[in-house]
Design a protein around this ligand. Sequence first.
Ligand code: FES
Length: 107
Amino acid sequence: MPILRIQNLFGERINVLAGQTVLQAIQAAGIDWMYACGAKGRCTTCRLVVTTGQLYFGPLSLAELKFLSQGRLQENERLLCQCTLTGGDACGCIPEQTKFPHVVYSD
Ligand code: FES
């Protein structure tokens, strides 16, 4: 089962099950994560800055392609409500802009 490690959340390790979006796996792990549009691919608040394992997130969704073309999503970022993780592990960081004030981050 692929594991996503969140570097600036004290290296939290999240098991991502087959058929789950990465956001669903994060929520199942009880981690508070921003998803302002309700996981509909209409905002970019669920994004993760991917540091390793980008190829394991699967193809970009139409929403991600749209935000990329608008410059609202970077090449090294994924919308976690839009993607799965299969075939290998990955690491990433929560962007500064989408951190919660009530959550303690490690850097
Ligand atoms: S929660 Fe809005 S795009 Fe993912």
